[in-house]
Design a protein around this ligand. Sequence first.
Ligand SMILES: [Zn+2]
Ligand SMILES: [Zn+2]
Length: 148
Amino acid sequence: MTTMNPWTIQRVVKNGRYLRAYVPDHPKANKHGYVLHHRIVAENKLGRMLTEEEVVHHLDNDGRNNNPDNLAVIATQSDHFVIHNSHKSRAFTNLVCGHCSKEFKREVRQVKWKKQFKYYCSRHCMGLAYLEKSNHRPNSLTVKTEVL
Ligand SMILES: [Zn+2]
Ligand SMILES: [Zn+2]
């Protein structure tokens, strides 16, 4: 997986419930050069573009609080609907494995939305990550991933 260069936000404006960022180079920019600010923040945090299906959820339900720790990337619009409308059903989010960089799904309620937490796609990867940590060499090539 290639890591995306972070988007440079030239300006942020209020638009209804949300903020919009002026990022004219972004493929999703409207004709005035604006994209939803929370999607840009989420893309910068993930280090990749969001897919068409993915939805950014504000954990505190404040649509303008775009602190990276307040944003959760939800796999699909229907998962997002579940978060807002039901406590019984399961909603999933896409995470990137802290070891092999593979994307995998996890239940939203099992995830702590902090940047410093790493998640692993399997016990196998978790084991390898701990091993690597214990014989950590300062110059070793570690895979650069950011995990929501
Ligand atoms: Zn939401
Ligand atoms: Zn993995």
